[in-house]
Ligand binder design. Structure first.
Ligand SMILES: [Zn+2]
Length: 191
């Protein structure tokens, strides 16, 4: 197969050179209400890879982000964990044959941090990409949580833009007695 970025022959999703050039993470943290959101990359540096979720190449790309960056992060976090904890991804609606957020949580899971699939889904399927803050505020995701309560969890999503989606997800989980430790996103698109 070929490197997704430079198209040279490569056995990996990205060849070693592109991996080094494009994917040295630059962690950042944003506070959304009382929720800390940790992101691995600045959106502008990895935009075309984030947008791969709109076609079939996204499966490989998101698997790569999970295995190369998120899982190692969680493995070092779990060393200090006494109890098991759950990974809840935001909205696992399958749109193009797979759910990119489900790919993220599946391949990021560790022995103590377990992925809970399709437990937090929006009932409002409106697309936010390119929409204004006002549009987003007046069209909330309206999340429904169907997983267990009285657990510790980490929220996971591909991108944080305004933070509204994560905030809404966090509120929904809190109402179900889920203790959210923090949220992780691949990209931070802070304006
Ligand atoms: Zn390459």
């Amino acid at each position: 197969m070929r490197c997704f970025s430079c198209h040279r022959l490569s056995f990996k999703t990205f060849c070693d050179e592109c991996h080094k050039e494009l994917f040295t993470p630059a962690l950042s943290t944003r506070q959304i209400g009382s929720l800390d959101v940790i992101s691995f990359f600045s959106y502008k540096n990895i935009e075309k890879y984030i947008l791969s979720k709109f076609d079939s190449s996204g499966y490989r790309i998101y698997k790569y982000f999970a295995k190369m960056h998120i899982k190692p992060f969680l493995e070092s976090f779990e060393e200090g964990l006494e109890n098991r904890c759950y990974l809840i991804s935001v909205d696992e609606n399958v749109t193009r044959g797979y759910s990119h957020t489900a790919v993220l949580s599946h391949y990021s899971a560790t022995s103590k941090i377990i992925a809970l699939h399709t437990v937090l889904n929006s009932q409002n399927r409106v697309e936010y990409a390119g929409k204004s803050l006002n549009f987003r505020i007046s069209n909330p995701r309206d999340f429904k949580y169907s997983g267990p309560s009285d657990i510790d969890a980490i929220l996971i999503d591909d991108i944080i833009t305004t933070g509204l989606t994560l905030q809404e997800a966090y509120t929904t989980l809190k109402q179900s007695n889920v203790n959210v430790l923090y949220a992780l996103t691949v990209a931070n698109a802070a304006l």
